[in-house]
Design a protein around this ligand. Structure first.
Ligand code: 5RP
Length: 222
């Protein structure tokens, strides 16, 4: 039976619960799929010790469910981080940041032992780059970074109008990239002064993908 995109998101959010060890602190992502996950997490909140949020929106939703939100600096161990993606490959490299939370997402993902990505089937791609690559930039560096991206990468950066990140920065969405080597591009972008974070999650990709499909959940585990 065909499942809608929303049903697929809900199904993978439910399935992610089994990756949470009892008594652990859970890293929680941002976005519509992560929101389904937060609602599922609320049902087992008595089994966890709290959560670390990757954005203010996520923190707010967790608190609404009376799940304790902890400062990452006070957490010594984070067994699992659960989040969505804008695009993901079979190698579990991702583009993230459609919701603008990429910097905190990358920090929480880096801290976590295991990254479980939850996504509907539309997110699985052969090559990353159809979804414009979000790049978080210090506001004074906006023009410099945009020029560097055009000259060095041939991408077409577009300022995300009217959007400021939780860290007080702006986002450039880079169109027109065909990302054949995501680890290399992630590394190169990190060298441009003024870029805080780029939305490639390849150096630290996901460990597991729970992909919602018309035929149920497909698991890719590497
Ligand atoms: C937010 C993100 C999200 O994980 C990504 O945008 C996917 O969102 P959704 O689950 O709503 O499709 O990176 O910064």
């Amino acid at each position: 039976m065909t499942q809608t995109q929303e049903e697929q998101k809900h199904a993978v959010a439910q399935a992610a619960i089994q990756y949470i060890p009892t008594g652990s602190i859970v890293g929680v992502g941002t976005g519509s799929t992560a929101n389904y996950f937060i609602d599922e997490l609320a049902k087992i909140k008595h089994k966890i010790d709290g959560a670390v949020a990757s954005s203010d929106d996520t923190a707010q939703r967790l608190r609404k469910h009376h799940i304790e939100v902890l400062d990452l600096n006070n957490v010594s161990e984070l067994p699992v981080y659960i989040d969505g993606a804008d695009e993901i490959t079979e190698h579990l490299h991702m583009i993230k940041g459609g919701g603008g939370a990429l910097t905190r997402e990358k920090i929480v993902a880096a801290t976590a032992k295991k990254f479980v990505c939850i996504a509907d089937q539309s997110k699985l791609v052969g090559v990353l780059g159809t979804f414009p690559l979000p790049v978080e930039v210090i506001p004074m560096a906006r023009s410099y970074v945009a020029r560097a991206i055009v000259q060095q990468l041939g991408g077409r950066p577009v300022l995300r109008e009217g959007f400021i990140t939780n860290n007080g920065n702006v986002i450039l969405d880079v169109h027109g990239l065909e990302i054949l080597n995501p680890i290399e591009l992630e590394t190169d972008l990190n060298q441009i002064a003024g870029i805080v974070t780029n939305g490639l999650f390849a150096r630290r990709g996901a460990n597991v993908l729970l992909l919602g499909t018309d035929n149920g959940i497909r698991i890719i585990d590497i």
